[in-house]
Design a protein around this ligand. Structure first.
Ligand SMILES: Cc1cc2nc3c(=O)[nH]c(=O)nc-3n(C[C@H](O)[C@H](O)[C@H](O)COP(=O)(O)OP(=O)(O)OC[C@H]3O[C@@H](n4cnc5c(N)ncnc54)[C@H](O)[C@@H]3O)c2cc1C
Length: 470
């Protein structure tokens, strides 16, 4: 392998830029390829949202060193930035540093990564063949290693409850908003005086519901419907005062208050089956109940796009699409706390030497990623690429050590069982890890679902559906 070739980093988000800072410090040639027309293109899309982790956890160590040399004024470590502040006060100055700027290319969307002259099947000579990276405009670059920090923002999950689009979802696209629209700002007109259904049970849903509830106070005729698949909103309410991050806990408490006051109408056990335009509105059905609304916000999470790297040899976890070594540490069927043991190059390696996915993409479909975790991934992977295996394996996380989860939310309760110790109790069921505990007990996905009969099922196989006239 030609060591004069650059390491290519895909994505100039927080974690891709952290990798660039570490590559500069290690003296390794690098190129960052960013699809957007500036750094942090995805973060800027949710720029109106306030982060729940304060600045102290949002700045990478190598980035801080480089920025401080240039007389950058570090933001107050205890303040919670918005996404816009994260981009303007940290990521833009970082990308503009003389050490990084000449090596960051904007408008450079990667469409494929492979090995030069060979597909996934060929083994002979593989380890010494450079990576070949193709951009949307057909340009190609060679690299000695690839760090994929392209995130998951551009590949949201569908609304359909079974992981495939709901019937009619494609035709209903004009009525559907991606997660986290700027309800109180630039996109206000689309929601003011209208009825909006928010689908999803994570922080994105909570943020949007709170904004819509505020809008409803200001704009007569605005109403809010919240649809979740599980029988209880406990997961979204989270640990409230038991959350290690007070801002995150407060989201849940405020949302609970809005549901209890009726400002947000909650529909539980609602698995979206079909969408059908109905004049200016859209009808959303789970097969037995139908709600007609003006807008739908799909806050159903994100999934990684492995299409870019389908010619590489990746050993992906069948559940999450992360590496197999990382999956048991972050699986939402088992965990909810957002805690994770420190991990780095060993947990991120694939059978394809020299390729690593880091940042939120490294977590696959697990929803508990924190930037600080990604910064340590970047440091470890770059140390390994520099041949400094001691540093690569000396993984640490500069996050508080939290307690553990020890009980599960029950189907008929919308509260975390504080008597059982919440998330940080003494009845430990799992080892503690570095992170910021949510205060939610048990796995995020352990609350039972109500499964409805399949609609329109042919009776030949004996499964009569609720929609059949049988
Ligand atoms: C609303 C919200 C709030 C969050 N709050 C917090 C918080 O408080 N604390 C915390 O620690 N974490 C938080 N997170 C989670 C996580 O830390 C962020 O999502 C973070 O931005 C992830 O960084 P990243 O660099 O891995 O990916 P991203 O920020 O998504 O960056 C990926 C970059 O890659 C580019 N890209 C994508 N595809 C391509 C391609 N094919 N070719 C070239 N470039 C490409 C994108 O344009 C983007 O700039 C939050 C996430 C969201 C969505």
């Amino acid at each position: 392998m030609d060591t004069n070739l650059p390491v290519v980093v895909i994505g100039a988000g927080p974690v891709g830029l952290a990798a660039a800072a570490h590559l500069h410090e290690r003296g390794l040639p690098f190129t960052v390829l960013e699809a957007g027309d500036g750094p942090a293109a995805s973060v800027r899309q949710w720029g109106h949202v306030r982060l729940f982790s304060p600045w102290r956890y949002n700045i990478d160590t190598a980035a801080r060193r480089l920025l401080t040399e240039q007389e950058w004024v570090e933001p107050d470590p205890d303040v919670l930035p918005t996404g816009a502040h994260l981009a303007a006060d940290y990521l833009q100055p970082l990308a503009d540093l003389p050490a990084l700027k000449p090596h960051v290319r904007y408008g450079a969307q990667v469409v494929a990564v492979t090995r030069q002259g060979m597909d996934r099947v060929r083994t002979a000579g593989r380890e010494t063949a450079p990576f070949l990276i193709r951009l949307t405009d057909g340009q190609e670059l060679l690299a000695r290693a690839v760090i994929d920090a392209s995130g998951t923002w551009t590949t949201p999950n569908v609304l359909g409850a079974s992981g495939i689009p709901a019937h009619g979802e494609t035709n209903a696209a004009p009525y559907i908003e991606q997660a986290l629209p700027d309800v109180l700002g630039t996109e206000r007109d689309r929601f003011a005086g209208r009825r909006t259904l928010v689908a999803g049970a994570g922080h994105s849903a909570a943020n949007t519901l709170l904004a819509l509830a505020d809008l409803a106070v200001q704009e007569p005729g605005t109403s809010v419907l919240w649809a979740i698949r599980s029988a209880s909103p406990a997961r979204t309410y989270g640990g409230e005062t038991a959350d290690a991050l007070p801002a995150r806990g407060a989201l849940g408490s405020r949302l609970r208050a809005h549901v209890e006051s009726g400002a947000v109408e909650l529909v539980t056990g609602f698995a979206i089956h079909s969408l059908a335009p109905d004049g200016d509105r859209v009808a959303v059905s789970d097969g037995t109940r139908t709600y007609t609304v003006d807008r739908i916000v799909a806050a159903t999470g994100f999934r990684p796009d492995h299409g870019l790297t389908s010619e590489l040899r990746l050993d992906l976890d069948p559940i999450l699409g992360s590496t197999r070594a990382l999956a048991p540490l972050i699986d939402p069927n088992l965990h909810s706390c957002g805690t994770v043991p420190p991990h780095g190059v060993d947990e991120l390696a694939h059978p394809e030497p020299g390729f690593y996915a880091i940042g939120v993409k490294s977590y696959g479909r697990a929803p508990t990623f924190l930037m600080a975790t990604g910064y340590e991934q970047a440091r470890s992977v770059v140390a390994a690429l520099a041949g400094d295996w001691d540093a690569a394996r000396d993984v640490r996380l500069d996050l508080p050590e939290t307690g553990v989860c020890n009980s599960n939310p029950t189907a008929d309760s919308d509260r975390i069982d504080a008597d059982a110790g919440g998330c940080c109790g003494t009845l430990a069921a799992a080892p503690s890890g570095r992170g910021l505990a949510t205060g939610i007990s048990g796995g995020l996905l352990t609350a039972p679902l109500t499964l409805l009969p399949v609609l329109g099922q042919d009776s030949v196989d004996g499964q009569h559906g609720g929609g059949c006239a049988c």
